[in-house]
Design a binder for this molecule. Structure first.
Ligand code: DQA
Length: 138
């Protein structure tokens, strides 16, 4: 089984960025624990701050992998292009957020991506990614 994790803008700064909201560990330090936990799952990882690069990578892998775990960061709340991309793919996409976006500013309550995704997981910190993998395995 092969899963692609895609992180969008500013998520390269996890660990330093607003630690009260996003925690103190970087994604690079979290990823090995995820890979150890699911030794039978091949987990690829891609991060970009550029919307079109996220689309390029999802188009590249989105017909062959068993699922994509997508945290599109703030593009979640703005991007019709990512919505269209997700709808174009064969692989199911799970939308994830580290924070509970519904407890935060009103502009974070709407997602352009949710209607195109298989499901949404938010608010469990970095464990949101693991829960999304569980959902794809299940
Ligand atoms: C986020 C929530 C978004 O609103 C925000 O723009 C992010 C991170 C999260 O993981 O909680 O960059 O997607």
């Amino acid at each position: 089984m092969k899963i692609l994790i895609v992180n969008g803008p500013n998520l390269n700064l996890l660990g330093q960025r607003e630690p009260g909201i996003y925690g103190t560990s970087s994604f690079e330090s979290y990823l090995p624990t995820l890979r150890q936990r699911y030794p039978d799952v091949e987990i690829d990882y891609y991060q970009s701050n550029v919307e079109g690069e996220l689309i390029n990578r999802m188009q590249q892998d989105g017909f062959t992998v068993d699922g994509i775990v997508l945290n599109a960061g703030a593009y979640t709340h703005t991007s019709i292009a990512l919505h269209d991309c997700i709808r174009s793919l064969k692989s199911p996409v799970i939308e994830v957020h580290i924070s509970n976006v519904h407890q935060r500013e009103p502009f974070r309550h709407h997602s352009y991506l949710s209607p195109a995704c298989r499901g949404v997981i938010c608010g469990f910190g970095l464990d949101s990614y693991r829960l999304a993998i569980e959902a794809l395995i299940g």
